[in-house]
Design a binder for this molecule. Structure first.
Ligand SMILES: Cc1cc2nc3c(=O)[nH]c(=O)nc-3n(C[C@H](O)[C@H](O)[C@H](O)COP(=O)(O)OP(=O)(O)OC[C@H]3O[C@@H](n4cnc5c(N)ncnc54)[C@H](O)[C@@H]3O)c2cc1C
Length: 467
């Protein structure tokens, strides 16, 4: 099976994100499904999850007929729009993983995630995929007394769990400032387990690597429903013994999956390329990704071409889990992000913000990321990564390979395998609960900034809308 890039232009996708805008052109679009088809494995969704799964399956068994079905173009979703933290972060706390998988399950997951960052690094070198992969780690700053308390607590907890200084260490104010010279630095933490990447170049390069292994990718092909042994699309029926759902924040578009994962928007901005004089002072010399210890997640990276790319959650959840192009841009949230960035780095007050964008990520009702295969129906899935999918999708791809090939491995024994989350509440409960949680996290930060003391417990958002 072969699909050539059609002459149809993909240039309109450049406005999806900074990363899309920077892709070397011209941007083609792959052909859609030509009609009914039979394959061994049909994968729905052309983001990191779908493509890593296809990549590792084709590598393990080149005789498999594998098709990826993508509604738009590969990398259209979160995979082409994110903050580019390829990190060892996993959305489920270790204690919860231990409850599910027994003592040691959380630690096994942690080790698997650390290896995964290295595995992505290996593939980008061997294929090769030019995506500016820089394994510089992550610095998380404490900029208030309350945030510093959180640092101490996190490091003490890590130590108690047997996590050594090589994996997570506390930074003094001087050490933290030397890495990222923001205002008001009191200290922080550093982990080496993160690489900054250009996610669009990674996902688009991965698609090409997957095709080189014989996988067929159909773009402009919308899937309506997944059933045992079949995928119903707007262009024909695909029959396959195994079907993989890899649709993350867009899962609600599939028949019967409206309450499986909610789409929650994360939004980003990027500056123009900044002069060396700025970076000489700001630091991030190894392109460490950075954040601080506030409740509402923020994340930043120094891009390969010297911009600041910076994002955060805080956009409202939209009634009925709606997903619309206009939700990618929210003037108030983008302006709040700019103000936060300038608060961190006042020298950026006059820097031009050249890009503003966003996209939906997927969250399960119990905030439990999962991967699995139903052996009876042959339907597999992976997702609910919250905001930590850039590397976790790679682990999902390798795990799905083993599950689909019916191999019992260390990967298939990890505690996220086979987990089933309950469904989200019907509206309007879902809307009220999620937005109350989002507001609570924002107001907790605001209260701390004003009062300089702990008003709310850490991770208020997760506790309010978590399971
Ligand atoms: C702004 C933002 C910043 C983020 N930052 C980070 C970060 O720094 N680090 C990190 O680890 N994670 C981050 N994330 C999360 C991360 O990007 C995702 O977890 C990851 O990309 C998920 O990959 P995926 O392939 O599962 O989903 P997606 O990339 O969303 O892919 C799903 C694909 O399925 C297609 N699709 C959906 N429905 C259908 C259908 N019915 N028929 C056919 N195709 C369909 C979509 O078009 C899409 O291409 C961020 C997310 C966002 C939105």
């Amino acid at each position: 099976m072969e699909t050539a890039l059609s002459p149809t232009s993909g240039e309109q996708y450049r406005r999806l994100s900074l990363w899309w805008d920077g892709l070397p052109g011209p941007l083609g679009v792959r052909a859609g499904l030509p009609g009914d088809l039979e394959v061994d494995v049909a994968i729905v969704g052309g983001g990191f999850t779908g493509l890593w799964t296809a990549y590792y399956l084709a590598e393990a068994d080149p005789s498999l007929r594998i098709a990826v079905l993508e509604r738009h173009v590969v990398g259209f979703g979160a995979s082409g729009r994110n903050g580019g933290w390829c990190s060892a972060l996993f959305a489920v706390p270790e204690a919860k993983l231990d409850q599910v998988g027994g003592a040691g399950a959380g630690a096994a997951m942690r080790r698997a995630m650390i290896q995964t960052v290295g595995e992505v690094g290996r593939v980008v070198v061997t294929e090769p995929i030019e995506c500016g992969f820089a394994h510089g780690g992550t610095v998380v700053l404490a900029r208030t007394g309350v945030q510093m308390e959180r640092v101490r607590h996190e490091v003490a907890e890590a130590k108690a769990a047997g996590i050594g200084e090589d994996d997570l260490r506390m930074l003094s104010a001087a050490e933290a400032s030397a890495m990222a010279r923001t205002t008001s630095v009191l200290g922080g933490t550093y982990t080496p387990h993160c690489a900054a990447v250009d996610p669009a170049r990674l996902v688009r390069g991965l698609a090409e690597a997957t095709e080189r292994r014989g996988v067929t990718i159909f773009e402009q092909t919308e899937v309506r429903a997944i059933r045992a042994g079949a995928v119903e699309t707007t262009r024909g029926m695909v029959r396959a013994a195994t079907v993989v759902r890899a649709t993350e924040g867009y899962t609600r578009t599939l028949q019967g999956e409206q309450r499986t994962l909610v789409p929650v928007y994360s939004l980003m901005i990027a500056t123009e390329p900044l002069p060396d004089a700025f970076w000489d002072r700001a630091g991030l010399s190894r392109r460490e990704t950075f954040a601080d210890h506030r409740h509402l997640v923020i994340y930043g990276q120094r891009t390969e071409d010297g911009r600041m790319a910076f994002g955060g959650r805080g956009a409202p959840y939209h009634f009925g889990s709606a997903i619309r192009p206009e939700y990618d841009r929210d003037g108030d949230v983008h302006e709040a992000l700019r103000r936060t960035l300038v608060d961190l780095f006042p020298a950026l007050a006059d820097a031009e913000i050249t890009h503003r964008w966003g996209g939906p990520l997927g969250i399960a009702r119990d905030w439990f990321t999962s991967v699995g295969l139903d052996p009876v129906t042959g339907v597999a899935w992976a997702g609910g990564y919250v905001g930590d999918g850039v590397s976790t999708t790679n682990l999902a791809g390798r795990t799905l390979r083993d599950l689909i090939l019916r191999r019992d491995t260390d990967l298939t024994a990890l505690p996220w395998v086979g987990h089933r989350s309950k469904r989200w509440e019907p509206e309007p409960l879902r809307y009220l609960g999620i937005n109350a949680g989002l507001r609570l996290a924002a107001s907790a930060d605001h209260a701390e900034e004003q009062a300089g003391r702990a008003t709310w417990h850490a991770r208020a958002l997760e506790r309010v809308i978590g399971g």
